[in-house]
Design a protein around this ligand. Structure first.
Ligand SMILES: C[S@@+](CC[C@H](N)C(=O)[O-])C[C@H]1O[C@@H](n2cnc3c(N)ncnc32)[C@H](O)[C@@H]1O
Length: 118
């Protein structure tokens, strides 16, 4: 039996989205941010307010949807992890991505994030 889960936010139907409110003090003028598991890009407007360059990474099907549905264009949208993981980022942002993962998959994803310094 397979199992699928999802969080129905109404975002893709145009329901107003309450932007992420930081609970950690983030430096105000970042250079590069990676939105890991960017989904449909609903956090792009917030991330663009704190960083000059934004890279969005997600699985291929989601990146294709994001290209059409994202509310705000960003610098790079990619599903090519081999390339994205060579990037240098001041902040790696992951909203609602790691929580649903199995513990081992989550640990593997965290261990594979781009390191700085490399
Ligand atoms: C609940 S959505 C959150 C999307 C977005 N971060 C947001 O806050 O609107 C979870 C996202 O994580 C992505 N995701 C799941 N596993 C992933 C993985 N191994 N690598 C990258 N993205 C992943 C899904 O494709 C989906 O877009």
């Amino acid at each position: 039996m397979s199992c699928a889960s999802g969080i129905l936010t109404g975002f893709k139907d145009g329901k107003p989205f309450t932007p992420y409110v930081p609970t950690l003090a983030l430096p105000p003028h970042l250079e590069r941010v990676l939105d890991f598991g960017c989904g449909l890009g609903r956090n792009f407007p917030y991330l663009k307010s704190i960083s000059r360059q934004i890279t969005g990474f997600d699985l291929p099907e989601m990146i294709e949807r994001c290209r059409v549905l994202a509310p705000d264009p960003i610098d790079t949208l990619s599903s090519d992890w081999a390339e994205v993981r060579t990037g240098r980022f001041d902040l790696i942002f992951a909203s609602l991505v790691l929580q649903p993962m199995e513990e081992a998959a989550c640990a593997a994803a965290l261990a594979d994030l781009p390191a700085w310094p490399p």
